[in-house]
Ligand binder design. Structure first.
Ligand code: KG4
Ligand code: ZN
Length: 336
């Protein structure tokens, strides 16, 4: 018999609900984006995000169940992102999940948002262990080693800005709309990486990242040019910034793949949508004995299908949450 999980994700600015069959098949995947509401502020406004989630969540749950063609009695569990994220936003999803679980007497599962991003790959292909994942999103930049389902070892992470955050800040400097990542990605294809920008390699044996120096270097380059009344091409800035980011991400990933001798390398998170990054990884890993998995764009940015895919592992292990479950903005990856 099939197992169906209703999954809810409201950690940031998308109200998302999905139904996942046996942890691998999408029965429905509904995402209501709030980007239009946050755009004019140049970033996500937490209070506005919470309000939108409250307004949307019931409708999105109904739409997702309808699209899946199932009734609540067909479900095996209700899963929800418990953290990390914006606390007010998380609370809406957590309380909606509790309400559905209580009303239909279903087990409740709390999922870590990054575990979700990683498990987006399970909707693409079977995960083979040991594996490594590069998680690159608006809030996270992490290299995660997994020796089996449900265990996560963070072997490297950003010491300052997340990659997506750096993209969004540089985009803002260039006067591009929020979220800036896709705009920089597009501009970078039109420009040449002619502007010298730093690469933060950190200590030789470290898989950690740092992007704030690069971000400052872009800002300084633009200020200096302005003072000298010179014009620099926006496309060249985008291409140079993107080249620096990708070179560090790909070089460190390749080194980690070799050191940890993994079967698969998974890309996850919103920045996994980046065309330059996808191309460079494909190119650089073509001579390495590792299977590269990159989810389709719709599964890279925030969605609930990925939460359902991760939750299925907890369901199999019988790891359920109780009604004390709370939104946890700083939740650690191994703590759920
Ligand atoms: O995973 P996600 O949807 O939300 C978080 O969990 O943070 O990631 C959103 C981030 C934003 O910073 C956005 O600018 C970035 O992903 N992003 C991109 C691209 N598409 C989205 N960054 C670079 N290139 C892209 N094509
Ligand atoms: Zn995310």
């Amino acid at each position: 018999m099939s197992e169906y999980i209703l999954a809810i994700e409201t950690s940031c600015d998308e109200t998302a609900v999905a139904v996942i069959e046996n942890g691998t098949k999408i029965k429905s995947n509904v995402v209501a984006s709030q980007i239009e509401s946050h755009k004019r502020f140049g970033g996500v406004v937490p209070e506005i995000a919470s309000r939108h989630h409250v307004e949307q969540i019931t409708y999105i749950i109904e739409a997702s169940m309808k699209e899946a063609g199932l009734s609540f009695s067909d479900l095996s569990a209700v899963a929800v992102t418990a953290g990390p994220g914006l606390v007010g936003a998380l609370l809406i999803g957590v309380n909606a999940a509790k309400a559905v679980a209580f009303a239909h007497d279903l087990p409740l599962i709390g999922v870590h948002h990054i575990a979700g991003h990683i498990y987006a790959n399970r909707l693409v292909t079977e995960m083979k262990f040991p594996l490594l994942t590069l998680v690159v999103s608006g809030g996270h930049t992490e290299l995660v080693f997994m020796k089996e389902h449900g265990t996560y070892e963070v072997i490297g992470e950003t010491r300052d800005d997340a990659v997506g955050e750096a993209y969004d800040k540089v985009a803002r400097m260039l006067g591009l709309p929020y979220p800036g990542g896709p705009h920089i990605d597009r501009l970078a294809q039109e420009g040449n990486p002619t502007i010298p920008l730093p690469r933060a390699w950190l200590e030789a044996d470290s898989f950690d990242f740092s992007f704030s120096g690069l971000k400052s270097a872009v800002i300084n380059t633009m200020h200096n040019a302005k003072q000298r009344e010179e014009t620099i091409s926006q496309a060249d800035i985008a291409a140079s910034f993107q080249e620096s980011v990708i070179e560090v991400l790909v070089t460190k990933s390749k080194k980690a793949i070799e050191q940890y001798n993994v079967k698969q390398f998974l890309l996850a998170g919103g920045v996994a949508a980046n065309r330059g990054l996808r191309q460079k990884l494909e190119q650089e890993l073509s001579d390495v004995d590792v299977e590269l998995i990159i989810p389709p764009l719709s599964l890279c940015t925030d969605n609930a299908a990925m939460i359902g895919a991760a939750a299925s592992i907890y369901l199999q292990k019988g790891q359920f949450a109780d009604y004390e479950l709370n939104g946890q903005p700083g939740l650690e990856l191994n703590h759920i």
